[in-house]
Write a protein that binds this ligand. Structure first.
Ligand code: UDP
Ligand code: MG
Length: 162
């Protein structure tokens, strides 16, 4: 269902807490930030990523020199896979996440607050889809079908939409 809320279309995005975010205990903090923003959690699971899934997820980066390290990192421990729905959530999630390099991401963003510990661009705690097309491709890749997602509307929704 696609509804309009003001001028923002309700849409879905794929958010993933990467192995360093899970190991460092940031799952709760990250989920809280997305909830507080008013997004709706449609899917959630822990997952030990096989190499083939990481390679497909990052297929656009396969020619980059860091591709092998990136795939190894994503598979180095459990990730937390999420589907969040909300008005303009693809773009707002990218803003909340911050710049790719944690050392360049603004304070207040997830990477700026939680990732700046590192001097490594790759270890940046979280992934968020960069477009509607990427979001739908990534949701289909990481979730095994609609039976892993729940289509629900919070009872508070009429109070939060004009
Ligand atoms: N990455 C890396 N080295 C780089 C650039 C990116 O290891 O020089 C990793 C990093 O984990 C990043 C991921 O590759 O999050 C995907 O890169 P992209 O440019 O799509 O950044 P994002 O969309 O995650 O901000
Ligand atoms: Mg990207």
């Amino acid at each position: 269902m696609r509804i309009f809320a003001g001028r923002f279309e309700t849409e879905r995005t794929y958010i993933m807490i990467k192995p360093d975010g899970v190991q460092r205990g940031y799952v709760g903090e990250i989920i809280a930030r997305f909830e507080r923003k008013g997004n709706v959690l449609k899917g959630l699971k822990t997952f030990q990523c096989p190499k083939a899934v990481a390679e497909e997820h990052y297929q656009d980066l396969s020619e980059k020199p860091f591709f092998g390290d990136l795939v190894e990192y994503i598979c180095s421990g459990p990730v937390v896979c999420m589907v969040w729905e909300g008005p303009g959530v693809v773009k707002s999630a990218r803003k909340m996440i911050g710049a790719t390099n944690p050392l360049e991401s603004e304070p207040g963003t997830i990477r700026g607050d939680l990732g700046a510990f590192y001097a490594l661009v790759g270890r940046n705690v979280i992934h968020g889809s960069d477009s509607n097309e990427s979001a739908e491709r990534e949701i289909a890749l990481w979730f095994g079908g609609d039976d892993e997602l729940v289509d629900w509307t919070p009872t508070i929704t009429p109070w939060t939409r004009e």
